[in-house]
Ligand binder design. Structure first.
Ligand SMILES: O=C(O)CCC(=O)C(=O)O
Ligand SMILES: [Fe+2]
Length: 277
């Protein structure tokens, strides 16, 4: 039986901050997606180096890839229907000018580091009253973007902390690690097996984190402000569509939030430079 939307999925998404539509991509489309995804994986490493973990946006590679399976994915009635039942109208799940493929690095494991997407570039010390106030208005708004990982091959790289999207504050042990250099490149004395174990421990030691296991054709949607990470291994092919579910209506806050965030980060960087003088 194919995927069927259930009304309890709405509660699951709102309370946990992530949800998987199991097997929603039909096998016939999976076959077409794999042909192009394999080309894209090769191209990613050719153009961006062996350690690259993504190729994005796919619309930039129209000369080398046949984008029509990704257009079919964008137009897939089952996905459009499920997204509408989950979030209402008007939301879209496929955008070739945003969509990337997450791919496996070739030479050694790689870990993106724990983070909350929407504030990944704003460290707590950059928070002032203005950004705090604005953040409160976007934090719980479902129109503030939703992330998507849709697996073309089985994929267990993503970890998520259920419920963390509801809290605008962090609990003990919730610490951003996107700038930790040894996660991006294992120190020379570490073998790949050691690095893999270290990166896995880094996932497991984050409080209440769960590993999300996607089967081929599973579509995961997650709140951008929930704590999550990606832990990448070399020996399994990864080709996971990475895109957003976007609200297409007007919002009064979207541009203002971007501006205020930008201002806060700029001010913080200036202060840091000042303090160094
Ligand atoms: O690789 C993943 O599954 C997560 C990627 C991610 O968190 C990001 O690109 O912000
Ligand atoms: Fe992320």
């Amino acid at each position: 039986m194919g995927f069927q939307f259930k009304s309890e999925m709405i509660d699951q998404y709102l309370s946990q901050g992530y949800l998987v539509f199991r097997g929603i991509i039909p096998p016939v489309l999976m076959t077409d997606l794999r042909v192009e995804a394999d080309k894209a994986r090769r191209l990613a490493h050719q153009l961006n180096g062996a350690q690259t973990q993504r190729i994005q946006p796919l619309s930039n590679y129209a000369d080398d890839l046949n984008l029509s399976p990704f257009e079919d994915y964008t137009n897939l009635p089952e996905l459009k229907d499920a997204i509408q039942k989950l979030l209402g109208h008007p939301y879209t799940h496929g955008h070739l000018d945003i969509m990337g493929l997450l791919v496996e690095p070739v030479n050694h494991p790689w870990h993106i580091g724990w983070h909350r997407d929407g504030v990944v570039e704003v460290p707590p010390e950059a928070y002032d009253d203005e950004i705090k106030k604005e953040l409160s208005s976007v934090w719980h708004d479902l129109r503030h973007y939703n992330q998507v990982n849709c697996a073309i091959y089985a994929d267990s790289c993503t970890w998520f902390v259920p419920g963390s999207h509801l809290r605008q504050f962090d609990l003990p042990g919730e610490r951003q690690t996107t700038h930790q250099a040894n996660l991006r490149k294992p120190p020379a004395e570490m073998s790949n097996a050691q690095a893999e174990r270290y990166y896995l421990d880094h996932c497991r030691s984050f409080p209440s984190a769960v590993q999300v296991h996607l089967g081929p054709g599973d579509f995961m949607i997650y709140r951008n402000l929930g704590w999550h990470t990606g832990n990448y291994i070399t020996y399994q092919p990864r080709a996971t569509i990475h895109d957003i579910v976007r609200y297409e209506g007007k919002t009064s806050w979207r541009n203002r939030w971007q501006e205020i965030k930008h201002k806060a980060v700029t001010r913080w960087k200036e202060q840091k430079t000042e303090n160094k003088k």
